[in-house]
Design a protein around this ligand. Structure first.
Ligand SMILES: [Zn+2]
Length: 303
């Protein structure tokens, strides 16, 4: 009779083993969830190659900025499984209070903490990460937060952060050098994503055509934009790859300007070096649009 016992118990043992393997492994590990793309990239760099530490982005890759984002049931499931939630802060995650209310045990890291914020069009501008310098401060904040919440891996977070900050520092130097002698420093953009970027590199955003991301300007706003572009004499306008370029194309047709794409790093590959790659592409776009070579051409024509 007793010989049957192990067989009868087998399913229970198997179940216990599975529980240990699956549940046990994730309970021993650390799950970090990020709110959206740029914060995911920063956190991925700080927490990369650390055994048992996993970085997951809550929103889908093509979500873009989180203005007026509504949390989905799927997001809530992701947050319920998270140990730490890393957000941009500065008002970007308007759903944050709700998220904390729904998952009160969630430990929070606000990447923009302590960074001086710009106010544009009467509201705090949350696009902090578009400035390389401010993004470096975000990386510091994320590293400090992770070191505090997961002290066992503090040395690894610090080491990773230092390596990534060195890359960002090189990027910033390249961009400063590239944008030092451009012909014009005036830019027209769509959506309020670039004030931090512009301030960092000494560019002036003379107009923003779509204040609300994704909202097409109406006929009156389009006419105003056309008048403005003509008045400024600006030859390049910058649309974003995440939004329709319909309005930009219409303005370009009416004013003889060229539409370029400037990427605020809100969508892209989920790869550690993506921020660097996208910013380097932005630099090339700006160098072309605000062309240094143009100046010599102009001068020689005038002489
Ligand atoms: Zn935005």
């Amino acid at each position: 009779m007793n010989t049957w016992l192990p067989f009868r118990c087998l399913p229970a043992i198997v179940a216990a083993c599975l529980l240990f393997l699956t549940g046990g492994a994730s309970a021993a590990g650390l799950r970090i969830v990020t709110s959206f793309y740029p914060i995911y990239l920063a956190t991925l760099n700080v927490a990369r190659d650390i055994p048992g530490v996993e970085v997951i982005n809550m929103t889908r890759p093509l979500t873009g900025c989180l203005h007026d984002y509504q949390m989905t049931p799927r997001d809530l499931v992701t947050l319920e499984k998270a140990d730490i939630f890393v957000v941009n802060g500065a008002g970007m995650e308007t759903f944050l209070d709700k998220a904390i209310q729904q998952v009160p045990r969630l430990k929070l890291i606000q990447a923009s903490e302590g960074i001086p914020l710009l106010v544009t069009a009467g509201v705090v501008n949350p696009h902090v990460w578009v400035s390389v310098t401010a993004h470096m401060q975000q990386v510091e904040n994320i590293a400090a937060g992770l070191e505090q919440l997961d002290p066992d891996h503090a040395d690894l977070y610090r080491k990773n952060a230092r390596a990534y900050l060195a890359k960002l520092d090189t990027l910033r130097a390249t961009m400063r050098a590239g944008l030092q002698n451009v012909r014009t420093r005036d830019i027209i953009t769509f959506h309020e994503a670039f004030p931090y970027f512009a301030r960092e590199f000494g560019l002036t955003v003379v107009a923003v055509i779509e204040r609300e991301p994704g909202s097409e300007p109406n006929a009156r706003e389009l006419a105003q934009a056309i008048t403005l572009v003509k008045k400024t004499g600006i030859k390049a306008i910058f649309a974003e790859p995440q939004y329709s370029a319909k309005a930009a194309d219409a303005i370009a047709r009416e004013t003889g300007t060229t539409v370029y794409r400037l990427d605020p790093v809100v969508t892209g590959p989920m790869a550690p070096d993506a921020y660097l790659t996208i910013m380097k592409a932005n630099l090339q776009t700006l160098e072309k649009a605000l062309d240094t070579g143009y100046q010599t051409k102009q001068t020689s024509n005038a002489e």
